[in-house]
Design a binder for this molecule. Sequence first.
Ligand code: ATP
Ligand code: MG
Length: 368
Amino acid sequence: AVSKKDSYDITLLPGDGIGPEITESTKKVLTALCEKCGFDMNLKVALIGGAAIDAVNDPFPQESLEQCQASDSVLLACIGGYKWDSNPRELRPESGLLKMRKEMGLFANLRPAKVLPQLIDASTLKREVVEGVDVMVVRELTGDVYFGTPKGIETINGERVGYNNMIYSESEIDRIARVAGDVASKRGKKLCSVDKANVLDVSQLWREVVTDVITKDFPDVELSHMYVDNAAMQLIRWPKQFDTIVCGNIFGDILSDEASMLVGSLGMLPSASIGESGPGVFEPCHGSAPDIAGEDKANPLAMILSAAMMLKYDLDRPDEALLLENAVEAVLDQGLRTPDIKQEGDGCKLVGCSEMGEAVAKIVTELD
Ligand code: ATP
Ligand code: MG
């Protein structure tokens, strides 16, 4: 993250499938925003994913990494597709993404689930349950049972035994707690830490360190704790009780997918991955949607909302982030819908990816 300035260097990673289309729409919106608010964004494209494999036989070339690291922030569309599915692992688009996250030290993943009043009927839950829901899950991304060693499958007493280790060090918990404290203080100032401290030792440490960090360094944030099984239930029962949630890698994997379903459409969900210092990576939650690529049917709003997160969490421009969010809501108020959020008989106008981008850009110019 950087402090507010007049000109930012942004790396754009269009990637594969619908990536180039939604990137184009997002570019139009950002250009309009800069003009309106009087600052510059130097938007520079780089290669990642299948596009990079085709061009230079590497899913995340060194040149792209260096460009990302030299930028103020990175905006990624999406990667992957059938074309590269049978490649060896190191030549798959997904390896490029993993390499980027690792090399850039992105240990915190932010996934908001905000229910917009205009799309409330897209949710699978009852209107009164989802109305007004605005939850942010902060997931630790580089530790936990996915990475703990020793791990493996061994033969013990004549049968095979598989095991992985849930491991968190104090410093790992400390740094994710600081990100969560910062995020909560920029939102509703309420943080719920999710663990399984009634059973797991690692969770006892988690609870202790999170409590220390938040009470000492984020006194304006109200902290609570919840066991993960209860949290999974409460997210469906009464999601409005949550503002910001912080949890380890595996609990966050599950809870962030659960929370996203409160919203309904994949085409509306942004995300952020951030590290200790340096640029973060902002990207929609959806994949490259190869089934509709090149048809001007993709919903660019998740990527536009990812750009809003970039403004808020990386570029110190919260007012401009809010302006983008308001523009997205306004375009829905005008009744424009891409196919993924169009419901039969809703009286709305069906538009493509480029028209949706142009409409948001236009509203950005007009809004106060
Ligand atoms: P990945 O493994 O890369 O996450 P996935 O298999 O989860 O990919 P997606 O590419 O996210 O799948 O697509 C799932 C479905 O949602 C597809 O039918 C796709 O067309 C649709 N979809 C995803 N993103 C969008 C979008 N931005 N606009 C419209 N439809 C979308
Ligand atoms: Mg997926």
